[in-house]
Design a binder for this molecule. Sequence first.
Ligand SMILES: NC(=O)c1ccc[n+]([C@@H]2O[C@H](COP(=O)([O-])OP(=O)(O)OC[C@H]3O[C@@H](n4cnc5c(N)ncnc54)[C@H](O)[C@@H]3O)[C@@H](O)[C@H]2O)c1
Length: 419
Amino acid sequence: MSIIRNERLADAGLEKIKWVKEHMPVLSELANDFSRSKPFSGLRVAICLHLEAKTAYMALVIKEAGADVTITGSNPLSTQDEIAAALVKEGVEVFAWHNATLQEYDEHVYRTAATAPHLIIDDGGDLITLIHKNFPKSLAQVYGGAEETTTGLIRLRAMEKNGVLAFPVMAVNDGLCKYLFDNRYGTGQSVWDGMMRATNLVVAGKNVVIIGYGWCGRGVAMRAEGLGGRVIVCEVDPVKALEAHMDGHQVMPLTKASAIGDIFITVTGCNNVITGEHFAAMKDRAILANAGHFDIEIDKRTLSCAGEGPRRVRPNVDEYVFPGGKRIYLLSEGRLVNLAAADGHPAEIMDMSFGLQVLSLQYLLKNKGTLGNKVIAMPHELDRQVALLKLKGLQLEIDHLSIEQKEYMESWELEGHEA
Ligand SMILES: NC(=O)c1ccc[n+]([C@@H]2O[C@H](COP(=O)([O-])OP(=O)(O)OC[C@H]3O[C@@H](n4cnc5c(N)ncnc54)[C@H](O)[C@@H]3O)[C@@H](O)[C@H]2O)c1
């Protein structure tokens, strides 16, 4: 029995799902194929992902492939109640509602884990870790899982290292068709969508401090620049810092950037990145947002001790007033701003990430019992399959190597001269 807020919202949710479906050709091609072959027939699939329209479409594709699907949200603020209602109407079991308390959120994930799934899709590792901790008896029947994000993979690799991971997990985040597009272009665009919806302020002319210059940080920086922001990058990795410098951004430690930034965005996956000493140095009306997976990057506890607040001044904007009158604004309670204050990544981007997710489940099934209890690198053939389907959907054609060129590329006795 599903647990959602309001079943009457289903039609609005179905309309949203219909819209994204039009922009997700990879999933649609797979749905066509799976509706005939039914690869997941008789299997239970449990999903823990941001519960919005794109995720819902993927859940429906997996259901179309024959599975019994149960889903929960991977973040209380990103769940959309109309999407939850639409999925229930379509026969998916849902445990989620928007703005669940931490206790309610835990209960939703717990109930999803309790369905004893054969296959799992996770985002951040909450569902997989909970099954390991609370349902040890059902571990043996899990064929495998697929993890969506950087932070989840860090947790799962730690489980593998400690010898506790009980089934194979596909590193979907490490697929080329995932991080090159989702982390970079998806986060790059949707963070600014959330930022602008929440604040209705201009980016041009502002000092934008981006902390973490990984795949997500690069995208956020690239789009900040396009909007006219002056980008400052803070990093702990010397290579990434150098890359940011060569990309034309200012590079400095956060302690220095704190005094000049107008907007601060964390995208590190690390905890306590912006904390007391940084808040103390910030200007009046500094805006803070997080795009990393968990709400641990901005030290909210210290923020609420140092400043009076939170006082909600707009949806998704909380004000903290410091002694002397300085104000700091925190967006979306420090949770993923692109999902809490906007609709997450564009559908065209999630089409590729979710294409990889669905193909990963099929790969786990085909190779069950042979993969070992570890984090599995994304096989190149799955990336290639998603890229080819995407190009087809975009009606883009590419070149192909001739037999002679192929032989040349594979030969070690190269013809020709260097000079
Ligand atoms: N908002 C979204 O929709 C979205 C999408 C994909 C991934 N994510 C999440 O975003 C986070 C980053 O993902 P990514 O793929 O860019 O990871 P990544 O590993 O490519 O990059 C993270 C970067 O942060 C740097 N870093 C770590 N700790 C730091 C610190 N204390 N100060 C400064 N720099 C630090 C690292 O050196 C690294 O360069 C993860 O939590 C991931 O799960 C969010």
